[in-house]
Design a binder for this molecule. Structure first.
Ligand code: GLU
Length: 287
């Protein structure tokens, strides 16, 4: 149900310490929520059982508190809602819109290497060649019954047959809103549930934005292309489409996106070196 009060969210994945790029996104969400008379929620996107660590979640909460950002309780943790994602996945499977994929990454690479030019998705990953889409039904049932590891992929062609486009969403900016066309097909048969959990970033984020009544999604431009897939999932699952705003990313001196893996300073490093929250806010353009 869409609420009258604007609801925004900051939704970090706890697989590393927060850096200035996260701080910018968190502060922008909080600032916009305040200016719109709305609220900003915190959501911990901890679906990755290997990379999400309790100590990293505690560190995120502490870093945000240090930045003087507070969030309404309860803070949603995605790892506690696997049953809801499973239900959403089951609905797509029951309608023939998702299929199990038993291919390993190596098998997909080998198959792609053997073929000719394969287009890539917006993340630069070659589109899945569809090997498991046409497996014989009985064989699929046997492999599932044997517990063979598998992901679940969206059958993009079937999805677009059931819900033909056009697709788009409303982007909001300081000077108003604009309609943006979306092309979900460029993601091909995207993985919507990983091997280890019955979901993926794409499935849980659209589920949770609806579940939490999020009206305005504000996130980095690195996720702009993902929105094309999200609007399709929203239509397939009968969920509302929020307004979107994709903010510029903070770059390091080499022009690369900030990332812990590239040695970007974490907020904890900055705090330890004596930087104040006020200085961070000022540096990022917030008062
Ligand atoms: N959890 C995602 C990340 O940390 C952000 C998801 C979103 O804002 O939609 O990159």
């Amino acid at each position: 149900m869409r609420s009258e009060t604007p609801i925004l969210r900051f939704a970090p994945s706890p697989n590393g310490r927060l850096h200035l790029g996260h701080a910018y996104s968190a502060l922008l969400n909080a600032d916009l929520a305040a200016r719109m008379g709305g609220v900003c929620r915190l959501r911990i996107e901890d679906i990755d059982p290997q990379r999400s660590k309790p100590e990293l979640i505690a560190a995120i909460v502490a870093d945000l508190a240090w930045l003087e950002l507070t969030y309404p309780e309860p803070v949603r943790r995605q790892s506690q809602h696997m049953g809801s994602y499973q239900t959403a996945l089951d609905r797509l499977v029951a309608r023939g819109l998702a299929y199990p994929c038993f291919c390993s990454r190596g098998q997909i690479r080998a198959r792609i290497a053997a073929g000719s030019e394969i287009p890539c998705d917006p993340d630069g990953v070659p589109l899945y060649p569809g090997t498991c889409r046409t497996l014989e039904v009985g064989l699929v049932a046997d492999r599932l019954a044997r517990g063979e590891p598998h992901t679940w992929r969206l059958d993009m062609a079937a999805a677009l047959r059931e819900m033909p486009g056009p697709y788009g969403y409303c982007a909001f900016a300081e000077d108003g809103t604009s309609q943006v066309a979306a092309e979900p097909a460029r993601w091909g048969d995207a993985v919507i549930a990983r091997r280890d959990v019955p979901t993926s970033y794409h499935l849980s984020v659209v589920h949770d934005d609806a579940e939490e009544g999020v009206t305005h999604v504000v996130r980095g431009r690195d996720l702009e292309a993902a929105t094309d897939l999200h609007v399709l999932l929203q239509r397939l699952l009968g969920l509302p489409v929020p307004y979107y705003r994709h903010h510029p990313l903070l770059l390091d001196s080499a022009g690369e996106k900030l990332a812990k893996s590239r040695g970007s300073q974490s907020l904890a490093d900055l705090r330890a070196s004596g930087v104040t929250p006020g200085a961070i806010r000022a540096r990022l353009g917030f008062s």
